[in-house]
Design a protein around this ligand. Structure first.
Ligand code: ADP
Length: 395
């Protein structure tokens, strides 16, 4: 009996060992599978995190490349993202993420915009003036970000810089106001003289002739003004194309001085051409004549009687030539030097009118010189005369 029992026990033991071994193998297999799954899970999570990070980086790059400012807020109205343009618009130095609108931007109107969003969902075309000295204007469009159930969980605000548009609008309005004023003055004078003539002055031939001459002078002024306005407008809109050729500057100067000789003689002003022979510039001869004519005419008009007006020139660095027109008149006050190139700016309004000035001569000079790739500036000290300089490219 014993040997059977022992054999049976041995078989049972062997079976148990085999079972245990198999169970161990299974366990190890399961562990290995588990480890593999864990690794795969870890890898996919890492992959997901990397994907999210990459998406965020792409989004940030996209937002940063936009000219518009972008502001993303979370459901509590705290800043989540500010792109580069918006940082620039508001001059933000520090990281404002996590701050409320008021903390980050200190603009009541923006906070108000955020408060309107839950109800309105989209607010478009809200104009804001940013605080600060440079008067920056923005147009803001805001949209609530909502989930499928319609619950708002954030907002996106897009800022469009309106500063340049506003400046252009102001310049346009100022220009229209100036032009109307410039036109109104001679027109009301003309009307006054015509009425006086109609009221009976025409019966006195001498008086009538004097009045008619005055009317003629003011109609001439209107004509000059309109011509100058058209020139400025064509230059500013780029309609006048410079026809550049090498031009002999001494000859151009001589031509201009010749044309203005009789005007100079009226004030006993001596005109002198000191431009060296052989000096050439790449220029549109007609437009250059207009520049030199305006500068020499001004030198005669605003210089002193019995004075001297000199034109000169020389080659300077960077392949340029410098031309100048000098007078020995009373000069231009310091505060006016920067402004004389502005449209309609005059140091002495009455004097300019009296001499038939339109206030546009130097603005035209500046435009033409700049269209030649040159610069224009003035040096003057009160009582020491005035010199206008311009540079052109060598011919
Ligand atoms: P305007 O038609 O009045 O002459 P400009 O644009 O040519 O207009 O000149 C602007 C102003 O600059 C003039 O009104 C005058 O006050 C001043 N100005 C120009 N040239 C001279 C100069 N050579 N000397 C003194 N003032 C000048």
């Amino acid at each position: 009996m014993m040997p059977y029992i022992i054999t049976a026990m041995a078989i049972a033991l062997a079976g148990a060992v085999v079972l245990h071994w198999r169970w161990r193998q299974r366990c190890e297999l399961l562990e290995r599978e588990l480890a593999r799954e864990r690794q795969a899970l870890g890898e996919s999570r890492q992959q997901r995190e990397e994907d999210i990070a990459q998406k965020q980086a792409e989004q940030q790059t996209l937002f940063n490349s936009m000219a518009e400012g972008v502001l993303v807020l979370d459901e509590a109205g705290r800043v989540q993202l500010v792109n580069r343009s918006l940082q620039k618009f508001f001059g933000l130095k520090a990281d404002v993420r996590g701050q409320t609108i008021m903390e980050a931007f200190r603009l009541q109107e923006l906070a108000e915009l955020w408060r309107r969003l839950p109800e309105e969902r989209i607010v478009e075309g809200r104009e804001l003036e940013l605080p600060g000295v440079n008067g920056r204007w923005m147009e803001v469009n805001a949209a609530a970000v909502v989930d499928r159930a319609g619950t708002q969980y954030g907002a996106i605000l897009v800022f469009h810089d309106l500063t340049r548009l506003k400046q252009l609008e102001n310049t346009r309005q100022e220009f229209v106001a100036n032009v109307s004023h410039e036109l109104r003055t001679p027109l009301s004078l003309i009307k006054g003289f015509v009425e006086t003539l109609l009221d009976g002055a025409k019966s006195d031939p001498e008086l009538a002739t004097r009045f008619l001459r005055t009317i003629e002078k003011h109609t001439d002024r209107l004509t000059y003004l309109i011509e100058d306005l058209l020139t400025v407008s064509r230059l500013e809109s780029g309609q006048i194309v410079m026809n550049l050729h090498p031009v002999e500057l001494r000859e151009e100067a001589a031509q201009v001085l010749d044309d203005l000789q009789s005007r100079a003689a009226e004030k006993n002003v001596t005109l002198e051409n000191s431009v060296p022979a052989g000096l050439q510039a790449n220029a549109d001869a007609d437009r250059l004549q207009q520049v030199l004519f305006n500068l020499v005419e001004n030198a005669i008009k605003y210089g002193r009687a019995d004075g001297r007006v000199t034109m000169g020139g020389k080659s300077v660095a960077d392949g340029k030539v410098e031309l100048w027109v000098h007078d020995d008149g009373p000069g231009i006050p310091v505060e006016a030097k920067e402004r004389v190139f502005e449209r309609f700016y005059r140091v002495d309004r009455a004097r300019s009118r009296e001499t038939g000035g339109t206030g546009l001569g130097l603005a035209i000079v500046k435009h033409i010189v700049q269209a030649h790739g040159g610069e224009v500036w003035v040096k003057s000290d009160l009582g020491q005369g005035t010199t206008f300089f311009c540079t052109l490219l060598q011919g």
